[in-house]
Design a protein around this ligand. Structure first.
Ligand SMILES: [Fe+2]
Ligand SMILES: [Fe+2]
Length: 376
């Protein structure tokens, strides 16, 4: 009997020891986590102190036409918030339009396979009869003025090169899906595509500079840079089109902020509604919908798996604006320095260093392509 009592007591002591060690190690983990979070916050503050922010909502001009406006101390609401009654009316409008051709997602995928790119792009083109005719009209247009009439897509590939052909096919397919969103004039349509295509070209230069041009996320960055302002195609049809030009100082209400005031919704939220209706892969929906978040204090609200591509798309947008390929007004939002740092870049990294002759040359080519594509 006594032996049983001793055994039970021993087991009890062992059990109490286990509980004690478990609680101690868990409290150590928590305190390590708290210390690491505190260190992270202190590190962020120290980093921001070494950086010279402009006041929120103010702008600074740096010997160039495009104003850089800082909102890095302001918060931005999530484009993924629950659907409201007003949103339901917009979703109805979106549903009356054609769905996004699946070719857009296939085009993003083929970027991962440099070996078979041309073969695959020709295959995609052949599944959309309207595309072949459009592409041939573009390469035979005065912008390209070939010596001999181009009669095959294969020949058009040689004239345009893979990058331009990829951009053109994407743009033509996306136009099918957005052209009925609103009655945009040809000029407005052209301006929006000019900006989107310029952002895709800028993405190429940024990814090359960061040595990320062959990374897994590069197809997402290219596709989202081209389509990042897709919400504007619908937004411009909602009424007041002078959102960015009514003020004496056009940059006082940059697009996302001004749109809220005039329409009660911004193009990021609309992009969320449109891209989820199109059933695009989740990473594309998130990246496009959050593309202005890296300019606000709560940039870390960007879902973690999409943060790097979203920051890169935001940089591509900014570079397109800085190089003069802005949408309506000569202004651009500054990037939160911690978002830049998230890419592994330090505070001395300057986006202006990317404004090279090569970039301007590439942008001119892109402009020629979009001009031809939206005119034929
Ligand atoms: Fe935008
Ligand atoms: Fe943009």
């Amino acid at each position: 009997m006594n032996i049983y009592i001793v055994m039970i007591l021993s087991l009890l002591v062992v059990f109490l020891f286990i509980v004690f060690f478990f609680l101690k190690s868990s409290s150590n983990k928590q305190s390590t986590l708290k210390t690491s979070n505190r260190r992270k916050t202190e590190e962020s503050k120290a980093y921001l102190n070494t950086w010279q922010p402009t006041d929120s909502g103010t702008s600074h001009k740096k010997d160039r036409e495009v104003e850089v406006i800082s909102f890095i101390e302001k918060e931005r609401y999530s484009p993924e918030r629950p659907i409201t009654k007003e949103d339901a009316a917009l979703i109805d409008i979106i549903r009356q339009n054609p769905e996004l051709p699946t070719g857009i997602v296939q085009l993003s995928q083929i970027l991962k396979d440099p070996e078979a790119r041309i073969k695959k792009i020709v295959k995609i083109i052949s599944t959309y009869p309207i595309l072949s005719a459009k592409i041939l009209r573009v390469v035979n247009s005065p912008a390209y003025s070939p010596h001999k009439k181009i009669t095959s897509v294969q020949h058009a590939v040689v004239i345009l090169g893979f990058n331009n052909l990829w951009l053109l096919v994407n743009q033509l397919l996306a136009t099918i899906a957005v052209q009925n969103f609103s009655e945009l004039s040809n000029e407005e349509m052209k301006r929006l595509w000019r900006h989107g295509a310029a952002a895709a070209t800028c993405a190429k230069h940024i990814l090359l500079q960061l040595d990320m041009n062959t990374s897994d996320i590069s197809p997402t960055v290219y596709t989202c840079s081209l389509l990042h302002d897709v919400g504007k195609f619908l937004l411009r049809g909602l009424g007041n089109k002078d959102v960015e030009t009514t003020d004496d100082s056009p940059c006082k209400n940059p697009s996302v902020i001004g749109e809220d005031n005039f329409y009660g919704i911004d193009h990021c939220r609309l992009a969320y509604l449109i891209t989820t209706y199109w059933d695009l892969p989740e990473i594309l929906c998130t990246t496009i919908s959050y593309h202005h978040h890296p300019s606000f204090s709560n940039w870390e609200d960007i879902p973690q798996h999409a943060r790097v591509p979203t920051i890169l798309v935001s940089l591509s947008d900014m570079l397109a604006n800085l190089s003069g390929y802005y949408d309506m007004t000569p202004c651009t939002l500054d990037m939160h320095p911690m978002a830049i740092r998230y890419l592994g870049l330090d505070k001395n990294w300057d986006i202006n260093n990317l404004l090279t002759n090569e970039l301007y040359q590439d942008l001119k080519e892109t402009e020629k392509l979009i001009e031809a594509a939206t005119s034929v």
